[in-house]
Design a binder for this molecule. Structure first.
Ligand code: DHB
Length: 393
């Protein structure tokens, strides 16, 4: 069978938010790209992911011309509630650091990006198979793949980008990489349910039975999570058992009422920290989950992916259009300095709110004191607010 040969400036493996946003930013800068993705458009759309955008992620979507739908359909959140000892404490982001976050699920970010690429004539190929990357240390690296009709393709580029998620296959081409792992003795049980919102902002709760997070999607659909064992099976959790567990974790003297409804999605979410270093090898650059994963507490994953590609697009613009290749040497350091801050913050927020199997009475009192130290201090609360809404780039 003959292979179809093609050429572009930047070949992007992965059509999630990182790959599509990069392709969009490059297009705005006048640089061509081709995106390939093993999943179909519908499969990506149907995968539930996190829902919180930092201030600069919202700005990037709007100011780069992807879409301003986030401003109309998203919800601005001016804070979060930290709940412990059965009482909620508002962390007022606006009052503390003059910033907000936006509740706008990753699925919507993906839909906006996919629509913007289609609108601008972008070349995005979904449902490809048998992807390989070749010759990454030469000046004509390539992507080989077969399309949904079984036709084989070879696309040669100036630069390749691996934005192919946490199970990245492009990452293995980074010779001599150092990998950092953080493990946690818990996971999250996530549900989607048909219920009205229980609160105006997200509630991050520490209880003696473990962590719980009450998030939102729409006026009639809510997203909630609770700490569970990594070995937990969704089949062991009936609706009744889930509601009784969530109700006990949220219960308190303030009479907070958690709204219940039919649960239509249940899953156990993995929990780990990972950083790959460097995230460039030859003419291959990694971005987003392919390069790093953070624990979900604080919803930094998507925001980090968008921050990576904002930096990468700027450096590629300098390298491709202004022939300044040295710019690309700064990518690993610039992107990973933010990633490590996010690793620190996500781990901190996780340990602040989760209970450890076998914790001593001392551990429990120390954790409650740490929570008080955050909510009782303007400086403590401002640290949380600044990290949660996103450090300036
Ligand atoms: C959501 C997920 C998170 O990990 C988080 O910290 C906040 C919100 C969500 O899916 O809505």
């Amino acid at each position: 069978m003959t292979r179809r040969l093609g050429r572009t400036q930047v070949g992007i493996v992965g059509g999630g938010p990182a790959g599509l946003m990069l392709s969009h930013l490059l297009h705005v800068a006048g640089i061509e790209s081709v995106v390939i993705e093993i999943r179909s458009h519908d499969e990506i759309e149907q995968t539930p992911r996190a829902g919180i955008l930092e201030r600069d992620s919202v700005r990037l979507l709007v100011d780069s011309g992807v879409s301003d739908r986030v401003l109309r359909d998203g919800h601005e959140h001016q804070g979060i509630d930290l709940r412990f000892g059965g009482v909620s404490h508002r962390i007022d982001f606006q009052g503390l650091v003059g910033a907000s976050t936006w509740l706008y699920p990753q699925t919507d970010v993906f839909l906006d990006l996919a629509a913007a690429r289609a609108r601008d004539g972008g070349d995005v190929r979904y449902s490809v198979v048998d992807t390989q990357i070749v010759d990454i240390t030469t000046d004509r690296p390539g992507m080989l793949f077969s399309d949904a009709d079984g036709v084989e393709h070879e696309i040669r580029c100036d630069v390749l980008v691996g934005a192919d998620g946490s199970h990245s296959m492009t990452r293995s081409a980074v010779a001599g990489r150092r990998e950092y792992f953080g493990q946690y003795p818990y996971a999250w049980f996530g549900i989607l349910c048909e219920a009205p919102p229980s609160n105006d902002v997200l509630i991050y709760t520490r209880s003696d039975r473990g962590f719980a997070l009450i998030s939102q999607r729409t006026e009639s659909v809510q997203r909630m999570y609770f700490q569970c064992s990594p070995e937990e099976s969704v089949d062991d959790w009936s609706e009744d058992r889930i509601w009784s567990e969530l109700q006990s974790r949220l219960a308190g003297a303030d009479g907070f009422a958690l709204q219940e409804g039919r649960i239509f999605s249940k899953s156990v979410l993995p929990f780990r920290s990972y950083v790959c270093e460097p995230i460039r090898h030859g003419n291959l650059f990694l971005a987003g989950d392919a390069a790093h994963t953070v624990p979900p507490t604080g919803a930094k994953g998507l925001n980090l992916a968008l921050a990576d590609v904002r930096v990468l697009a700027e450096l590629l613009e300098r390298a491709v259009l202004k022939k300044d290749d040295s710019a690309l040497d700064t990518y690993t350091e610039r992107a990973l300095s933010r990633v490590w801050k996010a690793q620190y913050f996500s781990t901190w927020l996780t340990t602040l709110l989760h209970t450890l199997p076998g914790a001593s009475d001392f551990d429990v009192r120390r954790q409650l004191a740490e929570l008080s130290a955050v909510v009782d201090s303007e400086h403590g609360a401002a640290f949380l607010a600044e990290s949660y809404t996103g450090w300036p780039s």
